[in-house]
Design a protein around this ligand. Structure first.
Ligand code: ZN
Length: 178
């Protein structure tokens, strides 16, 4: 076996390889120091993201995650827009890039609400990219199965000149593996 690509290491760590491919990769990695180190770095980045429930990540963190998981799926969502995250095709990580006018924002609060209103999750003082006008949310199937409705509303509030106001909301649907 040749050195596995970064994409393959990420797939292995996310449990996306079939048994034969996983066995072959393990066999190689146990005997190959550079690949063992590469797998360690991949695992570290993915574990760091997985530990956050659900994670809102900075641009720097997103760049790091993209490097570790080259096949990372991403959906850019405009203010008032909607997106469907399809976990049924075997992807274990999905990044939502929520677009909003965040110029001059001192602080951004992110929340997830059920369609009927109750707030499911709040992340006050979330990381955001003011210049790009983006907030990055990593979605994972195990978060959705933990009692989340199939469709949720995500909302951004920004503090500008000391005043908090809603800047954008998004309708996000999840399709789970069958
Ligand atoms: Zn190797």
């Amino acid at each position: 076996m040749t050195h596995p690509a970064g994409e393959e290491l990420a797939a292995y760590w996310l449990g996306e390889l079939d048994e034969a491919a996983a066995d072959a990769l393990e066999e190689h990695v146990f005997a190959c120091e550079p690949c063992a180190q590469a797998l360690g770095r991949t695992a570290q980045v993915i574990a760091g993201v997985r530990a956050l429930l659900p994670p809102v990540i900075s641009s720097a963190r997103l760049a790091q995650l993209r490097a570790a998981v080259p096949a990372l799926k991403q959906a850019d969502v405009a203010p008032g827009g909607s997106a469907t995250i399809d976990f049924s095709v075997g992807d274990a990580l999905f990044v939502l890039v929520l677009e909003a006018d965040l110029s001059g924002a001192e602080r951004v609060d992110f929340s997830i609400e059920a369609p009927a209103g109750p707030t499911l999750f709040e992340c006050a003082d979330a990381p955001f990219d003011a210049r790009a006008g983006t907030v990055h949310v990593v979605c994972q199937p195990h978060l959705v199965t933990a009692g989340y409705p199939e469709v949720v509303r995500m909302r951004l509030r920004a503090v500008k000149d000391g005043v908090a106001r809603d800047v954008a909301e998004y309708e996000i649907a999840h399709v789970l593996p069958t």
